[in-house]
Design a protein around this ligand. Structure first.
Ligand code: G3H
Ligand code: ZN
Length: 278
């Protein structure tokens, strides 16, 4: 299959009652593992890469890689920019053929977040690509960016922000955290308050570590997408770490890389299946 447009992917998931996982990739092996895991589960989802990671894998390289990885897939897979940190990154990813975009200006004051998110949304919409924006601040560690704030999304700001940005999905801060260092405490009543005033579906970042029952509950409150980074990265890294622990002279990079693809595929399959069990 070709990469699927983000609007079509959300529609596909909505019609079938699926929630869409988005798995963060860093390199070729992780990309192959994520795609394989989705294929094995026969469930739809996204490969996503953060702005920060684009310093290692430029948008054209990653887009070519993902296009190639999904070509034999029977399940719809999109390519998403995660935590887009500049208009230049958004533009580069649209130009490279990404099918879905996040602009994350949530560290900026409300008005400035809205202004910059709107600019990105207008650009993406010219190309028929949906845009995720973020309101509120997640605590924790995303790539090498550590955020100690934990400002939950204010439902009063939601309708103004959604209208003002023209976004297609809204990432919320409801006690979810990035990374594995903090424990998520998902505030379902707040999610419901947000759902009532948001005309667009909602996105949850920091999926690693959230219990499945909580995710199933979130699904009832118009959650369309959930992000997983740390869980799949850990599956990848563990292969190399364990091999090194066993043998400090290990140098069979090919065998370990193949094993890492399988480990990421298994974790991806486990997560996408788990979130869609109910
Ligand atoms: O944007 C990516 C994520 O929100 C991943 O969070 O590493 O806690 O799963 P996580
Ligand atoms: Zn995130």
């Amino acid at each position: 299959m070709k990469l699927i447009n983000g609007f079509d992917l959300m529609e596909y998931a909505r019609e079938r009652g699926h929630i869409l996982p988005a798995f963060n990739t860093t390199n070729m092996e992780m990309t192959y593992g994520i795609v394989k895991g989705l294929q094995n589960a026969e469930l739809p989802g996204y490969v996503q890469i953060s702005s920060n990671n684009l310093r290692l894998s430029n948008p054209f390289v990653i887009a070519d890689l993902v296009r190639d990885a999904v070509k034999d897939s029977d399940t719809p897979i999109g390519l998403h920019l995660d935590h887009g940190k500049s208009f230049a990154d958004v533009k580069a990813c649209v130009d490279a053929g990404f099918t879905s975009i996040m602009i994350d200006m949530s560290h900026l004051p409300f008005e400035e977040n809205m202004r910059q998110s709107k600019r990105a949304a207008e650009y993406c919409h010219l190309y028929g690509i949906p845009v995720e924006v973020e309101l509120g601040a997640l605590a924790g560690k995303e790539d090498d960016i550590v955020n100690e704030d934990n400002g939950k999304t204010d439902p009063k700001q939601v309708p103004i922000f959604v209208e003002g940005t023209g976004c297609d999905t809204l990432a919320v801060a409801i006690g979810n955290v990035h990374g594995l260092g903090l424990t998520p405490q998902i505030d379902i009543p707040l999610l419901e308050e947000i759902r009532q005033v948001s005309k667009v579906p909602l996105v949850l970042h920091g999926g690693s570590g959230i219990p499945k029952e909580t995710i199933w509950e979130c699904k009832k409150h118009n959650l369309v997408k959930i992000n997983y980074g740390s869980d799949v990265r850990r599956a990848f890294i563990r292969v190399f770490g364990e091999a090194y622990e066993k043998n400090h002279g290990e140098f069979d990079l090919f065998r370990l890389s193949m094993a890492a693809v399988e480990a990421v595929a298994a974790k991806t399959q486990e997560l996408v299946t788990m979130i869609n069990e109910h």
